[in-house]
Design a protein around this ligand. Structure first.
Ligand code: G3H
Length: 255
């Protein structure tokens, strides 16, 4: 593996792989809390990993966030992999446009020479409108593609940071704090034990669906995310972690 040789973090990678019981761990140098270019390096490692395992005609579901935006930024044509389809993993979660799964999905597809479909489900909906929207044939078609995805790529965030960034209501913020939420992924907020404290209601991939997906790649770096990464992996729904040196070292200390 090329990344392993250049990074020289194979011992660290193996240690994390064993502790979190993952199939693959890639550690790249630096701390994404301090430098944006480290996030881009995380992105490059993700693109390289994708190239090594993706097959033609497969569907890739992607989430939102700045780490995923970095993956999109450095995405390249996936040579030898034809007709891949990118879809957003879940509907609206309250992110600004550049951090939304839809935006990221479209950018990735264009750069990878793939196709894409978007999910138009607003963040705040009454039960009635929600039910009628998910019954729309165009939404259903995309939901079917999402459920067929062979690969899922997602970020992991610190719970409070994510709730604030998404302008969660006072009530939701209280719930997240009272439940001692530490991490967030896919719009789910988890505590130290990996239990779900709060979940944003939207369509697309639900946590349970991940068990049926062969390859679920988490892209998360920065020292500040170590606790969140451990918390998320308590439930063990992803099998690949792409992270940076700073998060990796802090992870080891946290075990
Ligand atoms: O969904 C967003 C992730 O949980 C974390 O976002 O990559 O901007 O830290 P981030």
């Amino acid at each position: 593996n090329f990344m392993k040789e250049v990074s020289g973090f194979s011992v660290l990678e193996q240690h994390i792989k064993d502790k979190l019981q993952l199939d693959h761990v890639i550690v790249i140098p630096g701390n994404s809390d301090e430098h944006d270019w480290v996030k881009q390096e995380l992105g490059k490692a993700c693109v390289q990993f994708l190239k090594s395992m993706l097959n033609s005609d497969q569907t890739i579901a992607v989430t939102g966030g700045t780490s995923m935006a970095a993956v999109a930024e450095v995405m390249k044509p996936l040579k030898g992999i034809n007709n891949c389809m990118f879809v957003p993993a879940r509907g609206g979660l309250g992110e600004r446009v550049e951090n939304q799964a839809n935006t990221i999905c479209a950018e990735m597809a264009k750069k990878a020479n793939g196709q894409y479909r978007l999910l138009y489900v607003p963040d705040q909906l009454s039960e009635e409108s929600y039910q009628s929207i998910i019954g729309e044939p165009s939404v259903k078609e995309v939901l079917d593609l999402i459920h067929e995805a062979a690969v899922v790529i997602h970020g992991i965030g610190d719970a409070i940071t994510m709730a604030k960034r998404r302008k969660a209501s006072e009530q939701v913020l209280k719930k997240i704090k009272a439940g001692n939420a530490v991490s967030e992924a896919f719009g789910y907020y988890f505590n130290d034990y990996g239990e779900v404290v709060h979940k944003v209601r939207t369509v697309g991939i639900q946590l349970e669906d991940l068990s049926d997906t062969n390859c679920v790649i988490a892209v998360a770096g920065g020292e500040s995310k170590a606790k969140a990464i451990i918390s998320y992996f308590r439930q063990g729904k992803s099998n690949v972690l792409i992270t940076d040196e700073a998060a990796a070292n802090e992870l080891i200390r946290g075990f």
